[in-house]
Design a protein around this ligand. Structure first.
Ligand code: HEM
Ligand SMILES: [Cu+2]
Length: 580
């Protein structure tokens, strides 16, 4: 056999070394996304075990100590190994494309961020392998529970070290995004012509730079206290356990915006495309984003009302006010749709689902920001319902919108619409069934973080419903996985711009080539690809009119711009951006 025929006989292989050594922002984005979804599946399985345990009173599946480990690792993994790195996945893939750059400013630092995140995550999960079990201190790691002698497992130390690594990864990533957005925008792309997704990432990255050092410091202090004799949180030695709560929530509240703002940005990209209109109030949206980012630094102690150690009116007031810019975004989204020519493919369904579920989560948040209500609901299932309403109903709905929207860009293939819609409806129904009953359970006084509840409390039926919903959510995720596998087995056929998008990523090939762009269109608004498409259509219309005129005598009167737009809508797409 010749070398060439040997080469041909070898089946196509995944370029594993290429992926490991990659510094290409697109590959790093895919690595982040696939890894984060892997952690999502793990954390989801932990959730199913917990929900199965809670379906009926009594301890059937796991003991109390195991349950502590389950909610700790579930909460930690969902927040910091799934939602946060999912933001990094979207921003890695999209920011350089949307600003018209060839890559990030620091590609190697970018790769380092990913590997720190992966190994940090594995270190956290490795707690399941030690004899005493994983961290058992809640995702909030409150002192003194997290100090010795209260949390004796080595799993807690692994949790600390793993979180330190993933935190540093987030900080490196944030530096990279800020630098890329500031220095790598294509000619013509002023800051106010940048897609709202990039604005969200710029804001989020700056927020990371303020918030993550607090948790990094807190984790180092906790490790010193547990293993090296420090007493930061020990009141018998001049320390203060409340200090942990301040450091944690100074990070933790902004963190919930770190996993929300980018997804607001995603919805700011999808709704205009499927409404065939520019985003209503682009500048107000950008201003609201920046305001939420800055202002989210001032509300952290609303998580600490019941400590009796914080100023209630101040933190209640700041928390209420943050609803205002969030409300502005709802106006942006809704007025974009009003009067638009709406279509409802899967990404648009997720976007509209997001509007409903996030609104509900926001309203229950305002309730919890009110100290009298918070004193009542503290540590009950009302809080569990609220936080999942915001995270699952807000961020993760929008995440699915983003995944289904950009899937054709990343893979060159559209997802099957029937499977996509099945995923959406199963998830949505499962979401409501899982989390709505928990508001009632919370109002009835069922406490969170317990593996069991009394049989005579009257909570059994609602718990059973909630558990059934969780399994429906799991089923929907299986449908999504089937849809992805089905799509990847087809040859690529999506073309560069399957949705008729607005921003520059739709100008590049699907998937984009190594350095993204061969050419760029002129950038005169925040919708350069839309502009280029309209220009191409106008030109095609003009050409057609001119040749008609040659055939049929005198030229018709020139179109007004409104007529032109209407005519262009009916014209089949001119040969498109195509990236050439
Ligand atoms: C999708 C289906 C999900 C289900 C069925 C689910 C279920 C649960 C359950 C049973 C608990 C423990 C409640 C308790 O006993 O106190 C919990 C806690 C928690 N979950 Fe989820 N969850 C889901 C998704 C998510 C997502 C997507 C996130 C974040 C992005 C998340 C973040 C959390 C957090 C932060 C906690 C609190 C952990 C703690 O108490 O320390 N969950 N979840
Ligand atoms: Cu908060």
């Amino acid at each position: 056999m010749t070398a060439a025929s040997l080469e041909a006989a070898r089946p196509a292989r995944l370029d594993i070394l290429g992926w490991i050594a990659t510094t290409d922002h697109k590959r790093i984005g895919v690595l982040y996304g696939v890894t984060a979804l892997g952690f999502f599946v793990v954390a989801g399985i932990l959730a199913l075990v917990m929900r199965a345990e809670l379906a009926v009173p009594g301890l059937q599946l796991v003991g109390e100590q195991t349950y502590n480990g389950l909610f700790t690792i579930h909460g930690t993994a969902m927040m910091l190994l799934f939602a946060t790195p999912m933001v990094a996945a979207f921003s890695n893939y999209l920011v350089p494309l949307q600003v018209g750059a060839a890559d990030m400013v620091f590609p190697r630092l970018n790769a380092l961020s990913y590997w720190l995140f992966l190994f940090g995550g594995l270190i956290i999960l490795s707690g399941f392998l030690v004899a005493s079990g994983p961290a058992d201190i809640g995702w909030t790691g409150y002192a003194p529970n997290s100090t010795l002698p209260y949390s004796t497992t080595t799993g807690t130390d692994l949790w600390i070290v793993g979180l330190l690594l993933t935190g540093v990864a987030s900080i490196f990533g944030a530096v990279n995004f800020v630098a890329t957005i500031i220095t790598r925008r294509a000619p013509g792309m002023g800051l106010l012509r940048m897609p709202v997704f990039c604005w969200s990432i710029l804001t989020t990255s700056i927020l990371i730079l303020y918030a993550f050092p607090a948790i990094t410091a807190a984790l180092i202090m906790l490790l010193l206290e547990r293993r090296f004799g420090a007493t930061f949180f020990d009141p018998t030695n001049g320390g203060d356990p409340i200090l942990w709560q301040h450091l944690f929530w100074f990070f933790g509240h902004p963190e919930v915006y770190i996993v929300a703002l980018p997804f607001f940005g995603v919805i700011g990209e999808t709704i205009p495309v499927f409404s065939r209109k520019p985003l209503f109030g682009y500048r107000a949206f950008v201003l609201a984003t920046v305001f939420i980012g800055a202002y989210s630094m001032t509300v952290w102690a609303h998580h600490m009302f019941t400590t009796g150690a914080v100023n209630l009116p101040f933190f209640a007031a700041t928390s209420f006010i943050i609803a205002v810019p969030t409300g502005v975004k709802f106006f942006n989204w809704i007025f974009t749709m009003i009067g638009g020519r709406l279509t409802f493919p899967t990404p648009m369904l997720w976007s509209i689902g997001f509007l409903f579920t996030f609104l509900f989560g926001g309203i229950t948040g305002v309730m919890l920001a009110s100290p009298p209500l918070d004193f009542q609901f503290q540590d009950t299932y009302f809080v569990v319902a609220h936080l999942h309403n915001v995270l699952v109903g807000g961020s993760i709905f929008a995440m699915w919108a983003g995944i289904t929207f950009w899937f054709p860009k990343i893979t060159g293939r559209r997802l099957n619409e029937v499977l996509g819609k099945a995923h959406f409806w199963l998830w949505s129904i499962g979401f409501v069934i899982t989390f709505l009953p928990q508001y009632q359970l919370g109002a009835d006084g069922m406490p969170r973080r317990y593996a069991d509840y009394p049989a005579d409390a009257g909570w059994t039926q609602l718990n059973m419903i909630s558990t059934a919903g969780a399994f429906l959510i799991a089923l929907s995720v299986l449908v999504f996985i089937v849809a992805v596998v089905e799509a990847l087995r087809r040859p690529p056929d999506a073309g560069p711009d399957p949705w008729e998008g607005n921003s520059l990523e739709w100008w590049a090939d699907s998937p984009p080539g190594h350095h993204n762009f061969r050419t760029l269109p002129p950038i005169r608004t925040e919708r350069p690809v839309f502009d280029a498409r309209q220009a191409a259509r106008a030109e095609a219309t003009a050409r057609a009119t001119a040749s008609d005129a040659r055939d049929a005598g005198p030229a018709p009167a020139p179109l007004t711009s409104d007529e032109e737009a209407a005519a262009a809508d009916g014209v089949p797409r001119a040969d498109g951006p195509g990236g050439t």
